[in-house]
Design a binder for this molecule. Structure first.
Ligand SMILES: [Zn+2]
Ligand SMILES: [Zn+2]
Length: 277
């Protein structure tokens, strides 16, 4: 299993490697630009070349790009929807320029769940047809706050069923799954959740686990990440990291951090949970 964190790109891509190394990353997730703005600059060639060289030299792989938060690929609003699709296409191109293998997108929101799901499939198909590269788009399950869809695995299955399986898959976020109603606190609960995934999206469509504990209770439909083993899921995460269906996957943490010590604490907590078998 490879472990990593979401790493800040502040000051340029050239700064990512040393941050990743200082907290023991074997894989990383980054934004390709400011996640809270529609504006962006072109990727600086010199900066990205340094980044790519470092990542290759130190064998940090895979590299996951996370789409900005402001996108809504299921939006009922045509202007926001069109903007979001354009933004997705831009990030697919940026992911290629950064030698990333994957682009992660959250599910969108729409007061009409079914329409939202249809629009999301449309958006992804459009972006895939307009970019002819090898980047795989991963759809992330959500906590289901507000009108967000994607908190049930069936929603992900409905979106994926319209898409090319070679260029799409999912990310399983443990904090989101728990907030969305999947009980991950016990071995039984984890097994039931994995069975559900198997019957819906299929295990082979999972490419990544976002390993996060949850600050909020089961089914609370709120997105609040917490430190590994210290939240409402707690020890249950041990059954996730050791599950035969998941343990070969990369695991990325998006846990709270006020400094390097938080990341070091969380990665140590995961390493302690891993059973050698
Ligand atoms: Zn996540
Ligand atoms: Zn989250």
């Amino acid at each position: 299993m490879k472990l990593g964190f979401h790493i800040s790109i502040a000051g340029g891509f050239k700064n990512v490697y040393k941050r990743a190394k200082s907290v023991g990353c074997q894989t990383i997730q980054i934004f390709s630009r400011n996640p809270r703005s529609w504006k962006y600059k072109k990727i600086d060639e010199e900066d990205s070349e340094i980044f790519k060289k470092q990542i290759k030299e130190y064998e940090i792989a895979p590299v996951f790009i996370h789409l900005p938060y402001i996108n809504n690929l299921g939006s009922a609003d045509d202007i926001l929807f069109t903007r979001s699709v354009a933004s997705l296409i831009e990030d697919l191109r940026r992911a290629e320029k950064l030698n990333a293998q994957y682009l992660i997108t959250h599910c969108g929101s729409n007061p009409d769940l079914e329409k939202g799901i249809k629009r999301m499939s449309m958006a992804l198909n459009q972006a895939l047809s307009e970019t002819n590269n090898k980047i795989i788009i991963l759809i992330e399950n959500t906590a289901g706050s507000g009108n967000e869809f994607g908190y049930k695995f069936e929603h992900l299955q409905d979106i994926l069923s319209e898409l090319d399986p070679k260029r799409t898959g999912i990310v399983l976020d443990t904090a989101h799954a728990f907030a969305g109603g999947y009980d991950l606190r016990t071995e039984k609960g984890v097994n039931e959740t994995i069975n559900k995934l198997e019957k819906t999206v299929g295990i082979e469509r999972i490419h990544l686990v976002h390993l996060n504990d949850s600050r909020v209770k089961l089914g609370s439909r709120k997105d609040r990440h917490w430190h590994i083993g210290q939240g409402e899921i707690g020890k249950g995460l041990e059954f996730i990291v050791n599950h035969p269906a998941l343990k070969h996957l990369p695991f990325i943490m998006e846990t709270p951090r006020s400094g390097v010590k938080d990341d070091l604490m969380n990665i140590a907590a995961v390493r302690k949970m891993i059973r050698n078998s």
